[in-house]
Design a protein around this ligand. Structure first.
Ligand code: FVH
Length: 317
């Protein structure tokens, strides 16, 4: 059977792969799917929605010219393809890999696959959760080959059904570099939030133990982490989001001494207060200790009135 130029094969039907599959079907593509575990509920759900499930990976790859991978990690790709390469099944295929990994992972995958017959390799990162795939907020960072090839191979058109394709460069690793950079911001926020919630848990427990009059008891009993986040924490974080742009602009414009009203010495003391407070209350503050060290270095190198953006230069090795 000749491979289809208009269809697509999708390997990996986890949460993200399933969302991508629905987006492909919605855009009218003929879709062949493969997943290591054929009993995953999403397999049946997608077949009902119009996809063709092919239990044999080699057959699934043979069905179309464009193959999209969205599995847990790069190693899974090699595990799946290694037994098949001798048959020449990868010859002239266009591979789009949306699996999360490092820039080096992406560059190595590009070389490995091309040595085994793949014609074009694009590596991408989807910058939304599965719920937002195919919506206007979805952006797909993509790199590898060149922009003309992105167009002529049909990959830009295909990716458009998942999100806005945003081409970042010819080195296959660039999109993965952007992807993990942005995710580091996300995970940084989560560990900060979880540290905050641990500290607040301690305060709620203390207030419950020490509350006196009935009215106070009731008010204290009603407090939980969710309403603390809604009332105080999310508004605080939301008001701080514009500071990311101020930081980036200070770095872009070589204006790191601009502290935007938050001198480094004040921040150094504040971070150390948080660490001391966590120690007093029995909360792990390890995630903040390195940050505290960086602020000390900035004060030492650039002075107490310098700005947070100087930390950027200390992170570049
Ligand atoms: N979910 C998200 O919010 C993020 C958003 C940004 C991008 N990530 C990355 O997308 C990749 C897939 O993530 P996912 O959410 O689909 O992950 P799972 O739901 O856990 O599904 C994992 C799929 O990978 C298959 N798989 C795992 N190990 C193997 C293997 N050894 N051989 C073949 N396939 C394998 C798994 O198959 P199965 O367990 O059903 O058999 C699922 O299809 C990921 O890189 C994220 O970082 C998602």
């Amino acid at each position: 059977m000749a491979a289809s130029n208009s269809g697509v094969t999708l390997v990996g039907l986890g949460n993200m792969g399933t969302a991508i599959a629905h987006a492909f079907l919605k855009s009218g593509r003929s879709l062949t799917i493969w997943n290591r575990t054929s009993t995953r509920p999403s397999v049946t759900e997608l077949v009902v929605a119009g996809a063709s499930y092919e239990p044999d990976l080699a057959e699934a790859i043979s069905a179309n010219n464009i193959i999209v991978f969205c599995v847990l990690e790069y190693q899974n790709i090699y595990q799946g393809l290694q037994p098949l390469v001798a048959s020449g099944v990868l010859k002239d295929k266009v591979m789009v890999n949306l699996t999360n990994g490092t820039p080096q992972d992406a560059r190595e995958a590009s070389v490995w696959l091309k040595e085994r017959g793949v014609a074009n390799y694009f590596d991408g990162g989807i910058m939304v959760t599965p719920q937002n795939v195919g919506t206007p907020v979805s952006i797909v960072l993509i790199s590898g080959e060149d922009e003309d090839m992105l167009e002529s191979s049909g990959v830009r058109g295909l990716i458009s059904s998942i999100g806005l394709p945003d081409y970042k460069g010819e080195d296959a690793g660039i999109a993965a570099g952007y992807d993990i950079a942005l995710l580091s911001g996300m995970f940084g926020m989560f560990i900060g939030s979880l540290t905050a919630l641990a500290m607040i848990r301690k305060q709620i427990d203390r207030a419950r133990k020490t509350s006196g009059a009935d009215g106070t008891k009731k008010a204290v009993a009603d407090v939980n982490l969710t309403n603390v986040v809604t009332t105080y924490f999310n508004p605080l974080l939301t008001s701080l989001i514009p500071h990311n742009e101020l930081l980036a602009a200070a770095i872009d414009n070589n204006d790191q001494d601009n502290n935007h009203g938050n001198p480094m010495e004040m921040m150094r003391i504040a971070i150390n207060n948080i660490i001391r407070g966590c120690e007093e209350e029995g909360v792990d503050a390890e995630n903040l200790r390195h940050f505290a060290k960086l602020t000390e270095q900035v004060v030492h190198l650039h002075g107490p009135d310098s700005g947070l953006a100087w930390v950027h230069s200390l992170l570049l090795k």
